[in-house]
Design a protein around this ligand. Structure first.
Ligand code: AMP
Length: 441
């Protein structure tokens, strides 16, 4: 199918052409016609499927129709609520790209930065508002934003809103929306609480489901490197001698760990930057921009900071440490191999992480091929001995509570006020919810 067959208006088709898009992705093919008909939609899809364009394109078309009521000239006609600043920025960039030939005004707002520029833009008038929940509520409470004229509401990454403790804020926002509206609801997984929320806010939704989490892994070339913890640094440097690896996103478990990897890489003459919750919004955005422009070869990220990072043509993901939550592995490697491009995911696994690898392979339903041809290869015997030792110490046991991946505290990415239970203890909540299997797998 081609975009021309989706009844899209010329200014949008032209913009898509500029973007180099010719064929809609499956979620776009399924969603665009229904959204154009004004239907509610429940989309079970994660980033990397083209879901942003799946809602942005038809929304732009609907909103570009003449709006008779001049009183609502300055009113916000569409609201997109998304959990992180990075996602919010990327969504607004999508509206900008696909809507470049339309006279619609869009704005992105998020916390952690001054509000003046945002309130000034609101004052001038905004048709499409992309927001994180905390800053949105904040500006609503200050009287800068009124949602009474919203015609289309998008809730993006609903399950992550839940994971990050934003669900109460989301519900507060929903309560201020007009009852008559079109609602588009996206979530990668459908835990019970999210399903209930979807049932409450959607009216006869069209259901669209693409690439369940366990199958995204299939199109990405994956390799495991068994290596001791101490040799990981040298293995990374060894792998990066391969100049065909133009850029790579390296996943570390902790903020401290990512800083250390960056230090090691810089020492070896490799341009690297880290993004994690301790970095300022500006520093993170700068690192991301440098990485996208390929002036920084290696971006080291923790899972939370990397959420929603959208880098076109990212060919390599390296798991310096394996995550203890198997779905996280799929989300990580899903950063590569997007929109039909090929991708490679290399994972380092030491004895302690062998158990995590077993869980991952169970989830994705395949054995990840092991690369033995490297100078730091760990023998199977040493690996299993390490695994047994970790087990004996209870190190890799999920029930011990102190699971390594949770060392990074939940950053308050949207600037939202923490609700009881979502602060320091948020880690537990995050962890529990994250382990829920997607309804589709
Ligand atoms: P998303 O799932 O919205 O994060 O999109 C993933 C990536 O796919 C983004 O980098 C988009 O720019 C790209 N993309 C979305 N739709 C298409 C398309 N129809 N053709 C080519 N690339 C696309």
């Amino acid at each position: 199918m081609l975009f021309q067959e989706l009844d899209l208006i010329e200014p949008i088709l032209k913009a898509l052409q500029t973007e180099g898009y010719t064929q809609p992705t499956p979620i776009q093919e399924q969603s665009i016609p229904s959204i154009l008909q004004g239907k509610d939609l429940l989309g079970c899809a994660q980033t990397g499927t083209g879901k942003t364009a799946a809602f942005a394109i038809p929304m732009l078309q609907l909103l570009s129709k003449p709006h008779q009521n001049t009183k609502v000239h300055k009113a916000i006609k569409a609201l997109i609520l998304t959990p992180t600043r990075e996602l919010a920025i990327q969504i607004e960039e999508s509206f900008k790209a696909y809507g470049k030939n339309l006279p619609l005004r869009h704005l992105v707002i998020f916390g952690g930065v001054g509000q003046k520029a945002q309130t000034d833009a609101l004052h001038r008038g905004v048709d499409i508002l992309v927001a994180t929940p905390g800053r949105l509520l904040d500006l609503m409470n200050q009287g800068f934003i009124n949602l009474r004229d919203v015609e289309i509401f998008v809730l993006d990454e609903a399950d992550r809103m839940l994971d990050m403790g934003f669900i109460h804020d989301v519900k507060k926002v929903i309560a201020k929306l007009p009852a008559i509206r079109q609602t588009l609801f996206f979530s990668a997984t459908m835990p019970k609480e999210i399903q209930t929320l979807a049932d409450t806010i959607l009216k006869n939704p069209v259901k669209v489901e693409v690439t369940p989490v366990s199958s995204t892994a299939e199109k990405i070339q994956q390799q495991i490197f068994f290596v001791s913890k101490n040799d990981k640094k040298d293995l990374l440097l060894h792998i990066l001698k391969d100049r065909t690896i133009e850029t790579a996103l390296v996943f570390a478990r902790t903020k401290h760990g990512s800083d250390r990897i960056v230090k090691d890489l810089i020492k070896a003459g490799i341009k690297a930057e880290a993004i994690h919750g301790n970095k300022s919004q500006n520093a993170r955005q700068r690192a991301l921009t440098n990485f996208k422009a390929k002036t920084t070869r290696i971006l080291v990220a923790t899972d939370i900071a990397a959420r929603g990072i959208d880098v076109d043509e990212l060919a390599h993901v390296i798991n310096y440490e394996l995550p203890n939550i198997p779905e996280t592995y799929v989300h990580r490697i899903g950063r590569t191999g997007r929109a039909g491009l090929s991708g490679t995911a290399l994972s380092f696994c030491d004895g302690e992480e062998k158990e995590f690898l077993d869980d991952i392979e169970k989830l994705i339903g395949l054995k990840v091929p092991v690369t033995e041809d490297h100078p730091y290869a760990m023998s199977w015997q040493s690996l299993m001995a390490g695994a047994a030792e970790a087990k004996a110490k209870g190190k890799s046991k999920p029930s011990r509570g102190a699971r390594p991946q949770r060392t990074e505290k939940q950053p308050n990415l949207s600037g939202a006020k923490k609700t009881p239970g979502s602060g320091g203890g948020g880690g537990r909540k995050w962890h529990n919810k994250s382990r829920q299997r997607p309804a589709s797998s």
